[in-house]
Design a protein around this ligand. Structure first.
Ligand code: DAH
Length: 340
């Protein structure tokens, strides 16, 4: 009898209860009225009288052991099924409170710029970010080894001097002119890359919006009118604009576009370096050689072009002092734009 008790004890101890089915099995084998433990109790009547007491005690311990094991595992399994239930109850399609996404300030500014110009009849053009020398430089009148190339520090691809990350969206001018016939009136927004150290005022990746118009009799006045319209729409009617003579290889004459400083209203401050003016981009009449490079008859057609930094426009519009904020994804910065 004692042997049977020991045997059953080790059986109870070794029984692994890993799930609800095993628990049910354990219950039937060791704790119910027809269980192995109960059957041993039935045999107690055959035990000699002088041993009945001690064997009875051992049997009681055995019964207790099985009962405790059953109850402990019942509690564990019930708890587990509760938490399983709550996992299953998560509704992944339920919108979170205050979880509305927001557009990035650069996206908003780009879309606004495109909207303003598209009302003047500009269509959208595009080109690749990895560009060849012809489209980024040569066709735009940057001759090989010409110092003008150094205006833009370039990232080349794997030591191949012919392939680079585009340094400006002017490359898209060439792509659009090569594959269309005038009249062409197009915008080209995009990401551009320059090998520059990152600071509050410079970044190696930024965005530009290029615009150009080629037709018969397009003049510098048309360029001025388009940009005049743009700055008033973008920054308000009080803004002033001026064209400062400059140099770009692909335009002749060339100008830099300045607007009156929004921060000091032209009185002079740190942002405008006390000049009352801030630069927003470059512009000019497309050099006839550039038109010819794209098989456009420069005797018949003339064109203007402009290029603006989207970060620069956004910084002026929202008075952002550090360019790095646009790429750091700090929610404290981004959240300020979610109601705009
Ligand atoms: N591509 C010039 C730059 O990134 C900007 C520019 C100047 C674009 C004059 C133009 C232009 O279209 O006419 O510095």
């Amino acid at each position: 009898m004692q042997e049977k008790i020991l045997h059953l004890k080790s059986e109870i101890e070794a029984f692994e209860i890993i799930n609800a089915e095993k628990l049910e099995l354990f219950k039937n084998e060791f704790t119910t009225r027809k269980s192995k433990v109960a059957l041993l109790f039935d045999e107690l009547k055959n035990v000699p009288n002088d041993q009945k007491r001690s064997i009875g005690q051992e049997l009681n311990h055995l019964k207790q052991l099985a009962q405790t094991k059953y109850e402990e595992n019942l509690a564990i399994i019930e708890q587990k099924s509760e938490s399983d239930k709550s996992i299953n109850e998560i509704d992944l399609s339920l919108p979170l409170p205050n979880s509305n996404g927001a557009r990035h300030p650069l996206t908003m500014v780009r879309e606004r710029m495109i909207e303003i110009f598209s009302r003047l009849g500009f269509a959208l053009g595009e080109g690749p970010e990895i560009e060849d020398d012809w489209h980024n430089f040569t066709a735009l009148n940057f001759p090989p080894n010409h110092p003008a190339r150094e205006m833009q520090d370039t990232f080349f691809i794997e030591r191949n001097p012919d392939i680079a990350l585009r340094t400006h969206t002017s490359s898209i001018q060439i792509r659009v002119m090569e594959s269309n016939k005038p009249p062409i009136k197009a915008l080209a927004p995009g990401r551009v890359f320059r090998n520059e150290a990152i600071s509050a005022r410079a970044h190696c990746v930024f965005h530009q919006l290029e615009g150009f118009y080629i037709d018969e009799n397009v003049s510098f006045l048309d360029l001025k009118n388009a940009l005049y319209h743009f700055v008033k729409e973008m920054f308000g009617q009080d803004i002033n604009i001026r064209f400062r003579p400059s140099f770009f290889p692909f335009t002749e004459p060339s100008a830099e576009i300045d607007i009156s400083c929004l921060i000091c209203k032209g009185k002079g401050c740190n942002v405008c370096k006390h000049s009352g003016w801030v630069e927003i981009g470059g512009a000019g009449m497309i050099d006839p050689q550039v038109l010819e490079n794209c098989s456009i008859d420069s005797k018949k057609y003339t064109g203007y072009a402009f290029g603006m930094g989207i970060e620069r426009i956004a910084m002026l519009k929202y008075q952002i002092k550090d360019l790095r904020l646009f790429t750091e994804n700090d929610l404290r910065f981004l959240k300020q734009f979610d109601s705009l």
